[in-house]
Design a binder for this molecule. Structure first.
Ligand SMILES: Nc1ncnc2c1ncn2[C@@H]1O[C@H](COP(=O)(O)OP(=O)(O)OP(=O)(O)O)[C@@H](O)[C@H]1O
Length: 591
């Protein structure tokens, strides 16, 4: 219903814009109307990669310029029409995206952004070196419509509008699918996305290909409108900056951002250029610079998000903070309590077999020759002093780190060195010591991202997520943004997200950290409910009082090695464990 309403508003806005274009007589103003649509399309292309994945690109002019040159050269040398070359330029842009993405996605953050800058610069010099300084479309008086050489500039505006509407539809479709959700998850936390089973490299390549396709087609049409292509006008720094600025100004990671940005900045820049350009050459660049500074200071995520957040706050919406009654609220479990786990009969089936696992950092042996077995349905605690190698061991078990030696046998298959999303698909879920929620998503969306690894369809993902949310007592907060949750609710949400991937084995990293006593009881009850549902659990935790109530068996690590393995009663009395970890005070207090 909401999607239908949005489509209707969009169509009405498009009709109004077209009406305005038809009414405008002045050809320069007509050109501005067309340019707004072109730069909005280019901004959408930038948004598809950088807005959704958070990988900032300073190099989108590569795709734009390749589309522009392909179109003009194809007309000159092969007589091909722009009607053919605009879609072909989309394909060229997509292929260029894959070629650029494959090596460049190895880099992150600033390194990614800067290396993207290199591609249009290199292309600019290559096209200059090829002698393509100023390439003009040959006039085709015999068949102007076929070669998009219209005498009425309003036709260009109409075509640009149709292209923009298509790109908006593509973007809106992406936003609604698991692909779009995966991109947002990557932006908010790439490691958590991997651990939730998302193949982040594949998704980023898909995003850059789609982004390159939109930029390539837009560049092709831009060339047609201006009739002449120069390296600086399509590969220049200002071109990439334009895409980035309209999206950042309007709002990143939303379909509306680039449209708002282009609608404000392009006419402003053009009018100032027309009025003051002769006295202040390069005034458009100044406008872009000022726009960026204003946005960084006033609305770092862009106008759209600023307006939406303040509207939501005012109308007491989702962002208004926790307002859920606590009586039977999140994390309340029937039967939850502090009693120790009754000794249970565990199956003999081995679900995780760790054999001689080692991992060093330079000369530091963080994990050395570690072996242990985890039986189906058990809760295994991993304890040890700070720096004993617990987190490193988890990172190796879940694929964030490659082991130097050893085997990690999950359900009979050696998974050592496999990527986190592959381990997740094999049934290994993970939570993090430092919580890694997707803050701008609701609880239900956060958990749904975790469900994608096993769910084949959207309804299935929603049902897995709803079940996990209910199991952890979070149904009341399902519609709230993760950013409004308490620490305990966030911990439970992380458990729910891991649970939604239908894991057979869950690795929990300091799930009780930062919680008060009653909150610890609630989260322990949550973990027990997972165990009762047949999930095998391996947990790292420092809170020993809680651990002895929770686990069936301990593995104690010290200096990266297994010190001892055993049941809680034996472990808490073991002299070596008391000396290395628990301390005499703990044993006296709990004797
Ligand atoms: N990426 C890294 N590079 C270099 N050294 C590291 C790295 N990660 C961990 N270490 C070192 O490896 C050792 C084990 O660290 P690890 O974080 O696994 O211990 P831990 O038992 O989880 O500690 P804590 O209880 O404090 O979380 C420590 O000496 C740590 O400084």
């Amino acid at each position: 219903m909401k999607a239908f309403r949005t489509s209707l508003i969009l169509l009405l806005a498009a009709a109004a814009y077209l009406g305005l274009a038809l009414a405008v007589e002045n050809s320069y103003h007509q050109l501005i109307l067309t340019l707004v649509l072109i730069w909005a399309s280019f901004g959408l292309s930038w948004n598809m990669l950088s807005g959704y994945t958070g990988l900032v690109s300073f190099g989108h002019a590569s795709f734009f310029g390749l589309g522009a040159y392909a179109t003009v050269l194809a007309q000159i040398h092969f007589g091909l029409s722009p009607w053919v070359m605009i879609p072909v330029s989309g394909v060229i842009g997509a292929l260029a995206g894959l070629l650029i993405g494959l090596p460049t996605f190895r880099l992150r953050g600033h390194y990614f952004a800067l290396s993207m800058l290199a591609y249009p610069l290199a292309l600019l010099y290559i096209f200059e070196w090829l002698g393509l300084q100023e390439v003009t479309f040959p006039m085709k008086r015999e068949d102007p419509a076929w070669f998009m050489q219209f005498s009425d500039p309003r036709i260009y505006t109409a075509i640009a509008l149709a292209m923009l509407l298509l790109f908006i539809q593509i973007t809106r479709h992406v936003e609604r699918t698991r692909f779009g959700m995966g991109l947002i998850a990557i932006k908010q936390n790439e490691a958590a996305a991997e651990a939730a089973g998302i193949d982040t490299l594949r998704l980023k390549l898909k995003a850059i290909a789609l982004s390159g396709a939109i930029a390539g087609a837009t560049g092709a049409f831009y060339a047609v409108v201006l009739l002449v292509v120069t390296p600086i006008s399509v590969f220049g720094m200002l071109v990439s900056a334009q895409a980035l600025t309209v999206a950042m100004f309007g709002g990143v990671g939303t379909v509306w951002g680039p449209i708002i940005g282009a609608a404000i900045l392009i006419p402003l820049g053009e009018i100032l250029h027309a009025e003051l350009g002769s006295r202040f050459p390069g005034i458009q660049g100044v406008i872009l610079g000022v726009a960026i500074v204003v946005v960084i200071l006033v609305a770092p995520e862009g106008i759209f998000w600023k307006a939406r957040d303040s509207w939501r706050k005012r109308s007491k919406g989702l962002a208004a903070g926790p307002a859920i009654p606590r009586t039977a609220g999140p994390g309340s479990f029937a039967g939850a309590g502090p009693a120790p786990l009754a000794r249970r009969e565990l199956s003999d089936e081995i679900i995780l077999d760790v054999q001689s696992l080692s991992r060093s950092f330079g000369g530091l042996k963080a994990v050395q020759d570690v072996s242990f077995k985890v039986r189906k349905g058990m809760v295994l605690g991993i304890i040890g002093p700070n720096g004993a190698g617990k987190t490193t061991l988890f990172n190796v078990l879940n694929g964030f780190l490659r082991p130097d030696a050893g085997r990690v046998i999950v359900n009979g298959v050696d998974m050592a060195g496999r990527k986190p999303h592959a381990l997740c698909a094999a049934g290994v879920g993970r939570t993090f010591q430092v919580m890694r929620p997707f803050m701008r998503l609701t609880v239900a969306q956060n958990v749904k991202v975790g469900a994608y690894v096993k769910a084949r369809t959207e309804p299935e993902a929603e049902s897995f997520a709803a079940r996990a949310i209910a199991q952890l007592g979070l149904s009341d907060c399902a519609a709230r943004l993760a950013s409004t949750l308490t620490t305990k609710e966030l911990r439970l949400m992380e458990l729910a997200r891991a649970l939604a991937g239908q894991p057979r084995l869950l690795l929990l990293d300091e799930t009780l950290a930062g919680l008060g006593q009653s909150e610890i009881d609630d989260v322990i009850a949550g973990i027990r409910s997972l165990s009762a549902a047949g999930i095998t659990i391996v947990i790292i935790e420092h809170t020993m009082q809680a651990m002895v109530r929770l686990v069936d068996e301990f593995v104690v690590l010290d200096h990266g090695e297994v010190l001892v393995v055993g049941q809680p009663q034996a472990i808490t009395r073991d002299k070596r464990v008391i000396e290395a970890y628990l301390g005499k005070k703990w044993s006296a207090r709990n004797a």
